[in-house]
Design a binder for this molecule. Structure first.
Ligand code: NAD
Length: 267
């Protein structure tokens, strides 16, 4: 039985991850963590997540929760996740990080820390989105430079980072397949007399509103034809199930930083 603890347990994703752990085989919930001072600290996390009492209380004691688990699933923010990664390294535990919005420097730091423990860091844990990453690579390679690439993402009005981690990863996959550097060619701002679109740029558009779970479309726009590759998430449950699948997969792996493509065997 793999013991899983959840960080960000009272959040939108954390609650669905708690529910997914209860439904999954071969795993048990060993701990649940949220920020110090969270108003539900001390309450049964099953009640917080709306799935009945589980006998595990919401804690703010990072060291104790990590000590009691085999793997920590963390859906918070990059700064919190890096701190949690450090504690997992100190205690020799595995970690699955779903937080998004990492800067390239933060991602490099995570890779450095993960030299000592097995860790999964992925901006999107749904099977469908990860299949999209694979398809996008093939489509971009085949179409080459003749098609303009634009990416549009839609999310709920509480999302803190933009463009979404998934949209950035889609941009990185397409840019790499076309032999471009994403950081150089991503264009997240068009306003006023900004001039004609360059051939190399990848336009990144962000929509925020209501309760949209997450939608991504990559447009490959040519002369007289257009390909659109879209993914629409209807609920958060497949991200949660994906994180539990990653947690089961990562325990016992060689140290290093993996992503969802590794977990799903798509690499
Ligand atoms: P949320 O704001 O609902 O939840 C975040 C939780 O983290 C909150 O309960 C907050 O109190 C808690 N938290 C903050 N600081 C903390 C600390 N120091 N220690 C412990 N807990 C702390 O956000 P959300 O919608 O659940 O998303 C969380 C993250 O997951 C975001 O970065 C989001 O983009 C990402 N996300 C990833 C995927 C994926 O598949 N990888 C899918 C959906 C969301």
């Amino acid at each position: 039985m793999i013991k899983i603890a959840v960080c960000g347990a009272a959040g939108r994703m954390g609650q669905r991850i708690i529910a997914s752990i209860i439904e999954a085989d071969g795993v048990a919930l060993s701990g649940a963590l949220d920020r110090p001072g969270h108003p539900q600290t001390g309450q049964d996390v099953g009640l917080v997540a709306g799935c009945g009492a589980l006998g595990v209380n919401l804690s703010d004691d990072l060291n104790a929760v990590v000590a009691g688990c085999d793997v920590l699933i963390d859906f918070t923010s990059p700064k919190v996740s890096l701190k949690n990664l450090e504690v997992c390294v100190l205690k020799g535990k595995s970690i699955v990080i779903g937080s998004t919005g990492f800067t390239p420097e933060e991602r490099a730091f995570a890779a450095e820390l993960a030299k000592d423990i097995p860790a999964v860091l992925a901006p999107n844990m749904s099977v469908g989105v990860n299949v999209c990453f694979k398809v996008l690579k093939d489509v971009a390679k085949t179409l080459g430079d003749d098609f303009d690439v634009e990416i549009v993402e839609l999310h709920h009005n509480r999302k803190k980072d933009a463009p979404s981690g998934t949209a950035v990863r889609m941009g990185e996959v397409v840019a790499a397949a076309l032999g471009r550097d994403y950081a150089t060619v991503a264009n997240c701002h068009r306003e006023g007399m900004c001039g004609e679109r360059t051939k190399e740029e990848i336009g990144m558009q962000t929509v925020r509103g209501g309760d949209i779970v997450g939608e991504h479309t990559v447009y490959f726009i040519g002369m007289g034809e257009r390909i659109e590759i879209s993914h629409r998430a209807m609920t958060r449950d497949m991200f949660a199930r994906g994180s539990v699948r990653a947690a089961k997969w990562v325990v016992g792996k060689a140290p290093g930083l993996y992503d969802m493509q590794d977990v799903l065997g798509l690499n």
